[in-house]
Design a protein around this ligand. Structure first.
Ligand code: F6P
Length: 319
């Protein structure tokens, strides 16, 4: 392999730049030429592809977002669209690609590999929803952001005898909610694993007010479960707390990556280049029990979600 490409795809996450830097620098230092493919698979199809140098990736290890830009391209499922993308790569002599993104991006990487372009996936998403890896690049930074915000909400909720209902991202994965709920000392966490029984949550809030006599309550809830503004009104009507909803939204995707994410991205980037240089594709990189390893993408995509029971039990024992 002489020329490789790199792209970021799907929702951006803090640490993607550190991964771009690692792939580029390790690649160049190993004698490869490295090309940046801009705006995800869209740029691959359109031919928005430019060489990366040591300098282009300088000064980015600490920056959030992605210097390559990102996009979602559902049309990439279409084989004709992928053929166009492959033609753009071939025109430039690019034989292999590192794809940083979530499971949708992995599917694209697998299809390209099957069509003769070796691809390696790196897990770039704040959602932590790629089962084969203990952590995705960006999760820890997003967690820090959530914790910082919820700590602030706790101050003001406490002053006003309020219940703060905080909606966090995660797509269908409850990790951001559960991890932050433990770290912030939330009273209640609602995720797709816990399920949402509205009446039960209202009853528990009444107990927190009347029996536990707490001055505030924090409910951390995963997105896509309920309308938090409506729920906050019900809290005001049915409990002693006045309810206030806060949707943290895209703030969770930005910011300077924490050291853990920078290191994870750098180690994973190195592993991706090493695999491509051995002529291996169709794999994705993971961290498991502190080791950087790889899995066939196909296997990774069909792994059942790991149980979060131990952490949920811990949460229940802390409230
Ligand atoms: O996958 C990352 C993520 O931020 C999810 O947590 C969220 O559901 C989604 O992307 C939001 O997507 P968009 O940025 O397109 O609104």
């Amino acid at each position: 392999v002489k020329r490789i490409g790199i792209l970021t795809s799907g929702g951006d996450s803090p640490g993607m730049n550190a991964a771009i830097r690692a792939v580029t620098r390790v690649g160049l230092n190993s004698g490869l030429e490295v090309f940046g493919i801009y705006n995800g698979y869209k740029g691959m199809v359109e031919g928005y592809i430019e060489p990366l140098t040591r300098e282009t990736v300088g000064d980015i290890v600490n920056r959030g977002g992605t210097i390559l830009g990102s996009a979602r391209l559902p049309e990439f499922k279409d084989i004709e669209v992928r053929k166009k993308a492959i033609a753009q790569l071939k025109k430039r002599g690019i034989e292999a690609v590192v794809v940083i993104g979530g499971d949708g991006s992995y599917r694209g990487a697998l299809s390209l590999t099957e069509m003769g372009i070796n691809c390696i996936g790196l897990p770039g998403t704040i959602d932590n929803d790629i089962t084969c890896t203990d952590y995705t690049i960006g999760f820890q930074t997003a967690l820090e952001t959530v914790v910082e915000c919820v700590d602030k909400l706790r101050d003001t909720s406490n002053s006003h005898h309020r219940c703060s209902i905080v909606e966090v991202m995660g797509n269908r994965c409850g990790d951001l909610a559960l991890w932050s709920g433990i770290a912030c000392g939330a009273e209640i966490v609602v995720t797709s694993d816990t399920g949402f029984d509205e009446q039960d949550v209202l009853d528990r809030l009444r107990d927190i007010d009347i029996i536990k006599k707490k001055k505030h309550a924090i409910v951390v809830i995963s997105e896509k479960i309920t309308d938090v503004d409506q729920f906050a009104k019900k809290v005001s009507l049915n409990t002693g707390f006045s309810g206030r909803a806060t949707v943290l939204g895209h703030i969770q995707r930005g910011g300077s990556p924490c050291p853990f994410d920078r290191l994870l991205a750098s180690q994973m980037g190195e592993k991706a280049v090493d695999l491509l240089m051995q002529g291996i594709g169709g794999q994705c990189i993971s961290i498991r029990d502190n080791k950087i390893i790889s899995y066939p993408i196909e296997e990774a995509l069909s792994m059942p979600q790991e149980s979060r029971k131990p952490l949920m039990n811990l949460f229940d024992r802390l409230v």
